[in-house]
Write a protein that binds this ligand. Structure first.
Ligand code: SAH
Ligand code: MG
Length: 216
């Protein structure tokens, strides 16, 4: 939601991004009013573009919130099966309602629980081609470790908020104390993925920062 730098480029990108369909606009409005940190409109276009290019059969999403990104992915590729995990009870209930209201088929499976606990329970014969990581920012490395055996070759992982309000690119002493540990974890995660032997990774500095990793 929070844009890193409202510089000319990101203002321009926002201004040329067409408005969403009416149901999506309703969820965007709800997110603003209730401070739900859904993905911004420029970043979601990048995410959806990757989905159009890759046409995954099975998508995993970690962090559903109100199912905004879930439903945008579903709208873009209704044939894909989507599994999405949400820990917060209130969000889970809202997401379930939104999915019942706006999904065009029954290809979305929402799980209520902590991502780490749920992923540990997944069978390793359940394979995914596309993963959107958008939950607890301090746990991204752990999510990737757990997801790794469940990915087909060529699978794409998109991790959101990896530049975290541009704190990741700032000097240490400019990072507020309450964010220091989180920023350190994100820095470690970014470097880990960039140098990972089993992934090609590339950072796209839109929105709050997207890291795109392709499994080798
Ligand atoms: N992907 C959504 C936004 C998700 S916001 C969109 O763009 O529309 C992040 C969500 O992750 C929050 O709803 C939060 O409750 C959830 N979350 C945080 N930690 C989690 C965890 N450990 N397991 C599952 N969900 C988690
Ligand atoms: Mg996010």
């Amino acid at each position: 939601m929070k844009d890193i730098h409202m510089n000319k480029t990101s203002q321009y990108l926002q201004s040329i991004t067409p408005v969403s369909s009416s149901w999506a606009q309703k969820l965007e409005q709800y997110a603003i009013e209730n401070r739900v940190p859904i993905i911004d409109r420029v970043s979601i276009q990048v995410l959806l573009q990757l989905i159009r290019i890759q046409t995954p059969k099975n998508i995993l999403e970690i962090g559903t919130a109100i199912a905004y990104s879930t439903l945008r992915m579903h709208e873009t590729l209704p044939s894909a099966n989507i599994v999405t995990i949400e820990k917060n009870e209130q969000m889970y209930e809202l997401a379930k309602r939104n999915i019942a209201r706006y999904a065009s088929n029954d290809h979305i499976d929402i799980i209520h629980g902590d991502a780490v606990e749920e992923l540990e329970r997944f069978r390793n014969d359940q394979l995914f081609d596309f993963v959107f990581i958008d939950a607890a920012k301090g746990q991204y490395e752990q999510y990737v470790k757990l997801i790794h055996p469940m990915l087909n070759e060529g699978a794409i992982i998109v991790s959101d908020n990896v530049l975290f309000r541009e704190f990741v690119t700032r000097e240490q002493h400019d990072v507020p104390k309450r964010f220091k540990s989180l920023v350190k974890k994100l820095t470690t995660f970014n470097e880990h993925m960039m140098n990972h032997e089993q992934y090609h990774s590339s950072m796209i500095p839109v929105g709050d920062g997207l890291l795109v990793s392709v499994k080798i």
